[in-house]
Design a protein around this ligand. Structure first.
Ligand SMILES: Nc1nc2c([nH]c(=O)n2[C@@H]2O[C@H](COP(=O)(O)OP(=O)(O)OP(=O)(O)O)[C@@H](O)[C@H]2O)c(=O)[nH]1
Ligand SMILES: [Mg+2]
Length: 320
C-alpha cells in the first residue's frame, strides 16, 4: 500500500447528522434499516460526506434525500470520533432549528419525534450518546468561588447569575464542614431549580443522592482513583481534565462531559501553564465528550470556544 493509500485507509469515515428540532423541542430520529450497520437503532438522519463536498453541503443533501426538507441555519453541536469494531467514524452533528417543509420518510425508514429530554441512549448507537448530553447541556457552566462567611451575599450572587441566564452550576466548596456544606447545597439547589437550572457539586459524589443534586464534578485526581462512574445515569457525571490522557480516562469511566483547561492564564491557578486555544482545540477534536473550555475566560470567549469544537465556556470569577 502506498503512504497515501495507508493514510486514506486510516482516516475515519466523516458522517454528518442533524439534530432536527421542532417548535416543541422534539428531536427527529430515524430507524436504521435491516441488514445495515447498527440495524434497528434510532439515529439522527444523515450520512457520509462525499468527496468534494463540505460537511454543511453534505448535511443539506442528506437531509433533503432522507426526510425531504430544506435545512435553514445550522449550528455545529459536537464532533465525535468513534471506533466501532467494524469501522471508525467521525460523527459530526449539527443542531437544526429551522427547516422548510414537513419531514417525511423518503427512503422507507420509520421516523419519530422525541422530546429532547426523553432521548433514550439504549435505543441509539453508542456514538450518539454524547450527542444526547450535548443537546441537554447549555453553553455556559458556572463554577462558584469558595464561599466565604457571608452566605446571604453568596446566594445573592448566585441569584444574579441565574437572572443573567446561567442554568448549569457547580457548587465548589471545599473548606466548609459537612453540616455547612449540606445546608448551602440545599439552599443553592432550591434557587437553581426554581430558575429551571441544574446543580452539580464538586467532588462529593456521596452527597448527590442524599441531597437530590443533579450531579457531581470530580477532580482529575479523583478521576484517576475511581474504578467506575460514581453516580447513576440520571445524574450528571463531569470531570476536570488537563490532558488527552485525562479526557480518555473520563470517557472510559463514562463521564457525561468534561471541563478542559487551563486555556488562558488565570489568577486562581497560577501554577498551571495555559494550554492556549490551539492546543485546547486539538484536545477537543480528539475527545468524544462534550468539553467546556475553562481557565482565564469570560462569557465573551464563547465564540472562540465553539470554533474549537467546545460545548461552551466554564468559569469562576468572570461568571460570578
Ligand atoms: N446518519 C447517522 N449515522 C450514524 C449515527 N450514529 C452512528 O454511529 N452512525 C454511523 O455512521 C455510519 C454512516 O451512516 P450512513 O447513513 O452514511 O451509511 P449507512 O451505514 O447507512 O450505509 P451506506 O453506505 O449504505 O450509506 C454508519 O455506520 C452508522 O451506523 C447517526 O446518528 N446518524
Ligand atoms: Mg444515512
Amino acid at each position: 500500500m502506498s503512504t497515501a493509500a495507508a493514510e486514506a485507509a486510516a482516516a475515519p469515515i466523516h458522517v454528518v447528522a442533524a439534530a432536527l428540532i421542532d417548535a416543541d423541542g422534539r428531536v427527529l430520529l430515524a430507524q436504521r434499516p435491516e441488514g445495515k450497520h447498527l440495524a434497528g437503532y434510532w439515529e439522527f438522519p444523515g450520512g457520509k460526506v462525499e468527496s468534494g463536498e463540505s460537511a454543511e453541503q453534505a448535511l443539506r443533501r442528506e437531509i433533503l434525500e432522507e426526510i425531504g426538507v430544506r435545512v435553514g441555519a445550522v449550528e455545529s453541536l459536537i464532533r465525535i470520533p468513534w471506533n466501532y469494531a467494524s469501522k471508525r467514524i467521525l460523527l459530526d452533528v449539527y443542531r437544526v432549528d429551522s427547516f422548510d417543509g414537513v419531514p417525511h420518510s423518503c427512503e422507507g425508514q420509520p421516523l419519530k419525534w422525541v422530546p429532547a429530554a426523553a432521548l433514550d441512549p439504549a435505543e441509539m448507537p453508542e456514538a450518539d450518546h454524547p450527542v444526547i448530553h450535548a443537546l441537554a447541556l447549555p453553553r455556559e457552566y458556572l463554577i462558584t468561588p469558595e464561599p466565604g462567611a457571608d452566605t446571604d451575599e453568596f446566594l445573592a450572587r448566585l441569584d444574579a447569575a441565574l437572572a443573567r441566564g446561567v442554568r448549569l452550576v457547580q457548587l465548589r466548596a471545599h473548606r466548609l464542614d459537612d453540616a455547612a456544606l449540606r445546608s448551602l447545597a440545599t439552599a443553592c439547589l432550591a434557587r437553581v431549580r426554581t430558575a429551571g437550572g441544574q446543580l452539580l457539586i464538586s467532588r462529593r459524589f456521596d452527597l448527590v443522592e442524599e441531597l437530590d443534586l443533579d450531579g457531581v464534578h470530580v477532580s482529575a485526581a479523583q478521576l484517576a482513583e475511581l474504578g467506575e462512574r460514581p453516580v447513576t445515569a440520571r445524574r450528571w457525571f463531569a470531570a476536570s481534565c488537563h490532558t488527552a490522557a485525562e479526557l480518555h480516562m473520563a470517557h472510559r469511566l463514562r463521564a457525561d462531559f468534561a471541563v478542559l483547561g487551563t486555556v488562558a492564564a488565570t489568577a486562581s491557578h497560577p501554577g498551571q501553564p495555559p494550554l492556549g486555544w490551539q492546543a485546547f482545540g486539538a484536545l477537543c477534536e480528539q475527545s468524544s465528550l462534550p468539553v467546556f473550555a475553562l481557565g482565564g475566560l469570560a462569557p465573551g470567549d464563547l465564540g472562540r470556544a465553539l470554533q474549537c469544537g467546545a460545548q461552551g465556556v466554564a468559569g469562576i470569577s468572570a461568571f460570578w
